[in-house]
Ligand binder design. Structure first.
Ligand code: ADP
Length: 303
């Protein structure tokens, strides 16, 4: 059982021949709409691998909120703690992608930015039922803090994906079992510019000194640097694939890593498999819809 506490937004994406300048309107297209948000994406990644997933988030009383609940149900995700804000709209991400594949994104968190302490405390039973709790930084810090404190009180392992970057207090870092920053987030959290194995090791040591138990720095197509203090740590290499769209790679990695750790795999094995899941996700367009199912992962690993 995995409990995911995090964001849900609708991705509203249009291609554009070039990015509009301030005041300019560009005729773009095609347009694509789909479920997004780091919390929702990670929940889908875990559920498609066969985990029993409960999602805690908040949406609006609008069509996007209805769609969110339908989507979660289709993905076999428990929606007991997907609540609806009385007057906030469902979160959206307005995404423009140009012909050079650069993107510009405006996230309006809406309802999922209004998850309160009470919403988390009400879900105590789901915390008790969870083998692992997975949380990101795309909601309010109040929601993140309450989640980490409650999971810690109940002795539940916590994975913090510190994305998008926000300052995390020492008190919270000490309660975290696994932290999964990418290069940018690891650099901001540790003060060490991460770009290769040596700098990833240096950053990991800093984070470990701040109290985190195990550090996993994702390094894109290079793989993931793993450090738990029992050895000097090292890179678990990524899989080489035909890359189509790397958005959601981190989300695939996190949902998968949570699944494999909850299933009792070793750290090394869980990271290897999470790299495989993320590799499959980058071979497809989109975030949640690009997450692979357990059978695809087994087939890929057997090849
Ligand atoms: P984020 O999407 O959060 O920036 P990363 O880019 O570090 O995260 O990617 C997360 C994981 O996804 C990596 O550790 C790796 O396993 C996988 N991954 C990302 N990009 C590629 C790629 N081009 N080829 C293969 N695997 C990739």
């Amino acid at each position: 059982n995995i409990l995911v506490v995090g964001s849900y937004v609708v991705d509203l994406m249009s291609r554009t021949p070039h990015m509009p300048s301030p005041g300019e309107t560009v005729l773009g297209g095609p347009f694509h709409m789909g479920p997004g948000g780091k919390g929702g994406n990670q929940a889908v990644a875990a559920a498609r691998l066969g985990s029993r997933v409960t999602m805690l988030t908040k949406v609006g009383h609008d069509v996007f909120g209805d769609e969110a609940l339908k989507n979660f149900t289709t993905e076999n995700i428990d929606t007991t703690h997907v609540t609806r804000h009385p007057d906030e709209v469902t979160g959206t991400a307005l995404i423009a992608v140009d012909d050079q594949r650069e993107n510009m994104i405006v996230v309006a968190p809406g309802a999922c930015g209004k998850i309160t302490k009470e919403d988390i405390v009400k879900a105590e039973q789901s915390f008790k039922d969870a083998d692992i709790v997975l949380v990101q930084l795309e909601t309010s810090m109040e929601a993140v803090e309450t989640t980490i404190n409650l999971a810690n009180k109940l002795g539940k392992p916590i994975i913090l994906n510190p994305a998008p970057y926000q300052d995390v207090s020492q008190d919270l870092l000490e309660k975290i079992d696994y932290i999964t920053p990418n290069e940018t987030e690891a650099s901001l959290l540790s003060g060490v510019k991460v770009m290769d194995e040596a700098s990833a090791r240096e950053a990991s040591i800093k984070l470990k000194e701040q109290g985190v138990h195990t550090v996993l720095i994702t390094l894109g197509k290079t793989g993931c640097f793993v450090y738990d203090g029992t050895s000097e740590g090292g890179i678990v290499p990524a899989f080489s694939v035909n890359v189509v769209d790397t958005t959601g790679a981190g989300d695939a990695f996190n949902g998968a890593f949570a699944t494999f750790i909850a299933n009792g795999l070793s750290l090394q094995e869980a990271v290897t498999r999470a790299n495989a899941v993320a590799a499959l996700a980058v071979t497809k367009v989109g975030t949640a819809p690009a997450m692979p199912f357990a059978e695809e992962v087994e087939k890929f690993l057997a090849e």
